[in-house]
Ligand binder design. Structure first.
Ligand SMILES: Cc1ncc(COP(=O)(O)O)c(C=O)c1O
Length: 445
């Protein structure tokens, strides 16, 4: 007999069926943190409390919650056209949105491939890199290089180039022929730096060693987050990205910036590429593209990459890749409206303007117990706590829970508290974030 399709048996307090991602299910389900609505800078919790959003949801709600312009665009789209395939068909908005995105990407990087998430954007970029070399007769370039502590989502490509041990270690050998650069973080040399550290540009030179080891003719691409977010806010040392760019260029290796976090104003510019003045060959994006209102990701490629496929492919499909929901109409509508909000409200500049206040505020936490580093750039900050002896990550998780209880959402990686609020915040929100975070840190043993 078919099971009846009904909600009649749903029990509001039964949390057992949803296997939650990147969550300690056992702890969460014993003491859930459920959010039921949101507006502007605040979530509302299921027990009726206002929770200040210190993490833009998950690094994505850059325009703040419940923005009427985006909500209206999504509703209007839903009333008109809910789905079109984008294999061999499409809808006008997908092309208009690509123009709008291309207007924000660096000069010459204006070909846009749509995905549904950051993970898919990363795997797409890696596949384009491999196919690009092959199509131009350099099929030996198959090696991909990531970086220790890098986070590039959870696809097999992304975890292969990623460098967060717990995300990789259960999944076997992953993609062959991947290598990693060292990460750029060093507490001894960089602790409590405001903005970009002076020390560490030379770490990019490790790429020369990998090139010598493997031979440039085997290397397809290097992928890095210009600022590593998920691993706990690692700001690139001055000159580091410039060196990576110079070395990749010298050896014909593609450079991919994973801008899933850094895109759309997080650093006070459209993209980190613009902020740092370093132009890669491809950029991945997601999160801020729609402010998280509807899932969407994308890859922007340099024109030369797109053109190589157009020139060199035999007749027919040039790139055998795509998703059923690539350029989903609701996502396109949400993205288009989100980009309009960024423009109309000048949100990237607003983030840039408030970032000195942000920097001073977060660095005022220095000196509290167990705080071993504070780092910041744009509207991001990482506060690193000393790990508890024999229990790394415990202090961090307790900080996350206590902050929530005190009315603040933060993101925690291990013992690092990351703050990355919506770009619409006011100084009073910054003060409140710092006050709650400080109280929480003081209360931790
Ligand atoms: C730099 C980076 N790349 C990729 C991803 C994966 O994005 P998604 O979770 O949308 O798949 C993330 C998510 O945090 C990210 O920070």
């Amino acid at each position: 007999m078919n099971k009846p399709v009904t909600t009649a048996n749903v029990q509001p307090n039964d949390l057992s069926q949803f296997w939650m991602p990147f969550t300690s299910n056992r702890e969460f389900k014993a003491a859930p943190r459920l959010l039921v609505s949101a507006k502007g800078m605040y979530y509302k919790s299921h027990d009726g409390r206002d929770i200040l959003d210190g993490s833009a949801g998950l690094w994505c709600v850059n325009i703040g919650h419940g923005h009427p312009h985006v909500l209206e665009a999504i509703k209007a789209q839903a009333d008109t056209l809910q789905f079109t395939p984008s294999f061999q068909f499409s809808q006008p908005l997908s092309f208009e949105l690509a123009q709008k995105i291309a207007a924000l990407t660096p000069e010459g990087m204006d070909r846009i491939f749509y995905t549904n998430s950051g993970s898919e954007a990363v795997d797409t970029a890696l596949k384009i890199a491999l196919a690009y070399h092959r199509i131009r007769g350099e099929a030996s370039r198959t090696r991909l290089i990531g970086r220790a502590r890098g986070y590039h989502g959870v696809g097999f490509g992304g975890i292969s180039v990623g460098g967060i041990p717990s995300n990789r270690k259960f999944y076997g050998p992953l993609i062959n022929g991947v290598d990693h650069l060292p990460h750029t973080h060093n507490l001894e040399k960089q602790a409590f730096t405001k903005g970009q550290p002076e020390w560490g540009a030379h770490l990019a030179d490790d790429l020369e060693n990998l090139v010598a080891l493997h031979d440039p003719s085997t290397i397809a691409a290097v992928i890095v987050e210009p600022m590593a977010g998920s691993t706990g806010v690692l700001v690139p040392p001055k000159g580091y990205l410039e060196r990576l760019r110079a070395i990749t260029k010298k050896y014909g290796i593609l450079l991919i910036f994973d801008e899933v976090i850094t895109g759309f104003g997080r650093l006070g510019r459209s993209f980190a590429a613009e902020y740092f003045g370093v132009t890669p060959d491809m950029m991945t994006m997601a999160k801020g593209l729609t402010s998280g209102y509807v899932p969407m990701g994308a890859v922007a490629t340099d024109n030369k990459i797109y053109q190589a496929f157009m020139d060199e492919s035999p007749d027919g499909i040039e790139l055998f890749h795509g998703y059923t929901y690539s350029a989903h109409p609701l996502a396109c509508a949400a993205a288009m409206a989100t980009l309009e909000v960024y423009q109309d409200e000048g949100l990237f500049q607003r983030a840039a303007d408030i970032s000195p206040y942000w920097q001073d505020a977060v660095h005022s936490i220095r000196g509290l117990p167990n705080v071993i580093d504070i780092r910041n750039i744009g509207l991001v900050a990482g506060i690193e706590l000393a790990p508890r002896e024999g229990a790394p990550g415990k202090r961090g998780m307790e900080a996350c829970v206590k902050a929530y209880e005190a009315g603040l959402m933060v993101r925690v990686t291990g013992d690092i508290i990351a703050l990355s609020p919506p770009l619409v915040l006011e100084k009073e929100h910054i003060d409140k974030m710092v006050e709650i975070t400080s109280d929480v840190i003081r209360a931790l043993d």
